[in-house]
Design a binder for this molecule. Structure first.
Ligand SMILES: Nc1ncnc2c1ncn2[C@@H]1O[C@H](COP(=O)(O)OP(=O)(O)OP(=O)(O)O)[C@@H](O)[C@H]1O
Length: 707
């Protein structure tokens, strides 16, 4: 790149930077053209069909990675090294979304993830890291409009006072989530660039950038460990589809087009969910003791042999007596293998015993075909089916839930008699007085056990059990790295499902204990980390909020003491923004009026209400001529989204109207936590409309009466 002389005027410098940007864009275009022409001819140069396919996939990926989005900044910063830096003295580099090189391979833009770029995020006046000047660029719709310099060599540092950072944070939000590469903060960067081997847990108040950190960490790790992670895979786990579509564009914008995204429900979806559990039954099925129950149930299927094996083999008859068969079963059991592997190991050992007899009698080694035939011989299979029967995950769960004897044997000492009755679908546990069984509160039917697993109507909690059972039977292929967002809502059993998929990889766990709304929500990260198989992970707090204006944070924070969690409150970077809490007489009319007023400003509008109020509000807005979108339709042209409170986690809207907080709280046991989530979605203004008194913890004496 060109270094601009200090005597240049600001306008000249801006013009020179724009010229560099144009040059870089042209170079990227040429890189993409080259990749495209290679893609077009790829199959002609490959030797065989397999190589052609591999090459084709590689080149197609390369073309996709080199896509240029003219509306985003190709570079957003510049580092000018001072005269003393041992490697880069006197050199300057633009830092951007990806590497761009000129036709000779000289760098025009450095990828933000490259080691040199690290100083862009981490250098400070105290520790300039060889940087003389750090420059940030301001953009408007892809056009470079301004820059801001920090002369670190002269002790100048803007930190969060940067105008460009402030403008980025305060920009009106529209559409899906964007990347934050241009403005990653030092405490976030430290997490983004943590080693692949390190599992980390980030506890952060709403809007502190947890999701952003997780996504950028995935992109960073893919850059640094490309081949390894491409083979092993990177997985992002989010709370629901609306959230996943909201974040879906971030990684592709950073050139990462091959990251899997799923909800935990997707991960464990081996059978369709066609029934609903009573909450108490669901909670029990999510309890980690169920892992022990299933393990025991599988172990108890393995039984001592009762008959020797006799196999006819042409003119020979082989016999394996009870003692060696006992030893085979016991040795294999002690190895602690997955159930299916154990069964195959037993088969192989039995065949080995037969082979030894055959060798002794025939003085020659039998071939592979003979070994295979023996492995499938009827007496061998009959022995296996009796001592180590074939098992499916659904079969194991079906037996535990449907056969009282199996449950009693497996749950003895792990679950109480009441809990076992609950699992059998007979009763809910002791009532409020503790005097005996009461009928299900919600009247939910629970698992409808059919005669076979296939004929069974499973519940969502059953799928978690079935996944646990599958993990006992066969180890699932894991991912190299798993990012889990909104992790406070994972049950211990869901944590275990993720643990099985990250056993040989690392995880980034992101969450906020104050936003836990699931019945089994975590109250201590150490417990979740233990269930996730990463007890050694460090828990790092993030406390600077980038989304919610200070006045709104202060209002939402009134709920914190009632949420019974020990978390540091957020400190908002945003001094702008507005909060309006109002008693109204007609909620629907007031909501329509509020939305109309909000449409007079820029940005998206989110109306958040208790789930059962959503349809009515959508209809009222439609009647008033205001089109609305649903939360999962991030590409919608409508600026207004009406979101059920239970789906709004992780999302944000420029302006938010929260309708009737008391109804949001009353809708579920952890309603106050849900309300805390709803109140922390606003980027620039929050209106709270209510007819019923506000929930007590929210009330300020000056606000009037409360519930
Ligand atoms: N360093 C940053 N620069 C600019 N914007 C940022 C930065 N960090 C976070 N943001 C923005 O702040 C908002 C909140 O970020 P994010 O959704 O990642 O927070 P979160 O901690 O996951 O929130 P929640 O707990 O509500 O899910 C997003 O719009 C994000 O782009």
């Amino acid at each position: 790149m060109t270094l601009h002389a200090p005597e240049q005027s600001l306008d000249d410098e801006l013009a020179a930077e724009r010229a560099d940007l144009a040059t870089s864009r042209q170079a990227l275009r040429r890189m993409r053209d080259r990749a495209e022409s290679l893609f077009a001819t790829g199959d002609k140069v490959a030797g065989d069909a397999y190589t052609a396919e591999q090459l084709g996939r590689h080149l197609a990926r390369r073309v996709a990675e080199l896509a240029d989005d003219p509306t985003t900044a190709l570079f957003f910063g510049r580092l000018d090294f001072g005269p003393t830096d041992p490697e880069h003295a006197g050199r300057g580099y633009h830092v951007g979304r990806r590497h761009v090189t000129d036709d000779r391979g000289e760098p025009l833009v450095l990828d933000w993830r490259a080691p040199v770029s690290r100083s862009f995020y981490r250098a400070s006046a105290r520790d300039p890291q060889g940087i003389a000047v750090r420059r940030r660029f301001g953009f408007n719709a892809g056009a470079l409009t301004s820059f801001e310099d920090e002369h670190l060599d002269r002790g100048e540092e803007l930190g969060t006072a940067s105008r460009i950072l402030t403008a980025e944070i305060e920009r009106p939000r529209v559409g899906p989530m964007r990347d934050i590469v241009a403005t990653i903060q030092p405490e976030q960067d430290e997490l983004v660039r943590a080693d692949l081997a390190d599992s980390i847990c980030v506890q952060g108040a709403p809007g502190t950038g947890k999701t952003a950190v997780g996504l950028h960490r995935a992109a960073y790790l893919l850059y640094l460990h490309r081949e390894r992670l491409r083979r092993a895979g990177v997985l992002i786990v989010g709370p629901n589809r609306a959230f996943l579509s909201y974040i879906a564009a971030v990684l592709p914008a950073l050139g990462e087009v091959e990251v899997a995204q799923a909800t935990v429900e997707d991960l464990v979806a081996r059978v369709p969910v066609r029934a609903v559990d009573d909450p108490a039954v669901a909670a029990l099925k999510h309890d980690p003791r169920m892992a022990g129950v299933l393990r025991r149930a599988a172990d108890q299927l393995i039984t001592a042999p009762t008959e020797p094996i006799m196999v006819s083999d042409g003119s020979f008859r082989w016999r394996i007596g009870l003692d060696p068969l006992h030893r085979v079963i016991e040795e294999t059991r002690r190895e602690g293998l997955p159930y299916d592997t154990g069964r195959e190991r037993v088969r192989a050992r039995v065949v080995g015993l037969l082979q030894r007899q055959a060798e002794a009698r025939r003085a020659e080694s039998p071939g592979d075909a003979w070994l295979r035939r023996m492995g499938r011989a009827r007496p061998v299979i009959a022995f296996l089916d009796a001592a180590w029967p074939a098992l499916t995950p659904e079969g194991l769960v079906h037996a535990v839930l449907g056969d009282p004897a199996v449950l009693a044997a497996a749950a003895d000492g792990l679950l109480t008699a009441d809990e076992q009755a609950l699992l059998r679908g007979e009763a809910t546990p002791a009532g409020p007085t503790g005097t005996g069984p009461v009928r299900s509160r919600s009247g939910a039917a629970g698992t409808k056990l059919g005669r076979t697993p296939k004929a069974t109507r499973w519940t969502a909690a059953d799928t978690v059990l079935i996944d646990e059972a599958a993990g006992l039977i066969e180890r699932p292929a894991g991912f190299g790295h798993v990012v889990v967002d909104e992790a406070q809502d994972l049950s211990p059993m869901q944590c275990r499902a993720i643990a099985r998929r990250s056993e040989h990889g690392s995880i980034t766990l992101l969450g906020d204990l104050a936003q836990g709304t699931a019945p089994w929500a975590a109250s201590d990260w150490r417990e979740s980390l233990a269930h996730l198989g990463k007890p050694e992970a460090v828990v790092v707090p993030l406390s600077v909020g980038f989304r919610v204006p200070a006045a709104v944070v202060a209002f939402a924070n009134r709920l914190l003491p009632a949420l019974a969690v020990d978390v540091p409150p957020a400190v908002s970077l945003r001094r702008d923004g507005a909060l309006d809490v109002r008693t109204v007489t007609d909620l629907t009319a007031a909501t329509v009026a509020e939305v109309r007023a909000a449409l007079g400003h820029d940005g998206s509008v989110g109306v958040i209400a208790a789930d059962d109020a959503v349809e009515g509000l959508r209809a009222a807005l439609a009647d008033a001529g205001v089109p609305t979108a649903t939360a999962d339709d991030v590409a919608a042209s409508a600026r207004v989204t009406v979101v059920p409170a239970t789906l709004v986690k992780g999302l944000e809207y420029d302006q938010v109207v929260v309708v009737e907080p008391a109804a949001i709280v009353a809708a579920e046991p952890r309603g106050l936590h849900r309300l805390y989530v709803a109140l922390t979605r606003a980027v620039s203004r929050l209106s709270v409309l209510h007819t019923a008194p506000l929930p007590a913890p929210l009330a300020d004496p000056a606000d009037g009466p409360t519930a």
